[in-house]
Design a protein around this ligand. Structure first.
Ligand code: G1P
Length: 288
């Protein structure tokens, strides 16, 4: 199988859990300290060896496109004023990867969004990275890179898994299967947002996926499922009849920016790690 160099970032959803702000600011553009969420996602992709990225966007998500597009007037101004650090921070965005955009016209679900990437992906293996989640690696290898390493050794699709408490299984795609090692599960089923009783385990799909292009064949045959939407999870279950698939308990933690408390926690988490913000913020928190 060729190396994994393509990633798609679905970012078309409304962000209903973050209204009213998400009405006109894409949730993927919300700042974590001074960078939008989606920049963390793109940087994870690039650090994992991805060179080509396709965003799937929709009405109201144009800000993502503008963010990764060069703005010569601003760059010239910063250059003329000798603001080299600022200039570097914006110029970097133009050269991170080759980035393209496609529109999902109707909100028909994650599976439908992914279908929009079919011609971009062609016959290559590819990653899906949900644009509203930051995955912070606990090792030097980014989380997507960890998936790529397993993909290379197994030559099969690999999905990021996270163990979640029982009461939260109904929020996620849930894996069923057998553990081949402490970190790797050989998958036998996937269920989208099951009840506690239906859940085959407490291992949840965690915003990063690595697939062979066969997923497009099963997606094309997937009928609307949970919530009347075309669910990627249903296509993943159908994929198991054609190919093996693995789930990886990655080393790291997930920051889900799509809900208010986790968004705020992520800001504190990153700000407390940064030299320019940590000391003042820590002092402020201590006096609360
Ligand atoms: C989506 C997927 C779900 C997955 C989750 C987090 O759900 O449908 O299977 O577990 O992302 O990666 P959503 O958060 O869009 O409701």
């Amino acid at each position: 199988m060729p190396p994994v160099t393509k990633a798609i970032i679905p970012a078309a959803g409304f962000g209903t859990r973050l209204l009213p702000i998400a009405k006109s600011i894409p949730k993927e553009m919300l700042p974590i300290v001074d960078k939008p969420v989606v920049q963390y996602v793109v940087e994870e992709a690039v650090a994992s060896g991805i060179t080509d990225i396709l965003f799937i966007i929709s009405r109201g998500k144009r800000a993502i496109e503008e963010y990764f597009h060069s703005l010569p007037e601003l760059e010239n101004e910063l250059r003329a004023k000798g603001k080299s650090a600022e200039l570097e921070s914006v110029e970097r965005l133009n050269s991170l990867a080759r980035i393209q955009f496609v529109w999902q016209q109707e909100m028909r679900g994650l599976g439908d969004a992914v279908m929009h990437a079919r011609s971009f992906v062609g016959d290559d293996p590819f990653a899906i990275m949900l644009g509203d989640c930051i995955l912070e690696s606990a090792t030097a290898r980014p989380v997507l890179g960890q998936l790529i390493d397993e993909f290379s050794s197994k030559q099969a699709s690999v999905v990021a898994l996270q163990h979640v408490p029982q009461e939260k299984v109904c929020r996620y795609g849930i894996a069923g299967g057998t553990m081949e090692s402490e970190r790797l599960m050989k998958i036998s089923t996937w269920v989208e947002k099951p009840s506690i009783e239906e859940a085959p385990s407490q291992f949840a799909v965690s915003a990063r996926y690595l697939f062979t292009p066969t997923i497009f064949q099963t997606l094309a045959e997937t009928k609307p499922g949970k919530g009347g939407e075309i669910q990627l999870t249903d296509a993943m279950r159908a994929l198991l009849a054609c190919e093996p698939c693995y789930g990886l308990r990655y080393a790291g933690q997930r920051h889900d920016i799509g809900n208010k408390v986790d968004f705020l926690k992520a800001n504190l988490h990153y700000a407390l790690q940064r030299e320019d913000t940590a000391a003042e913020l820590r002092a402020y928190l201590a006096q609360l």
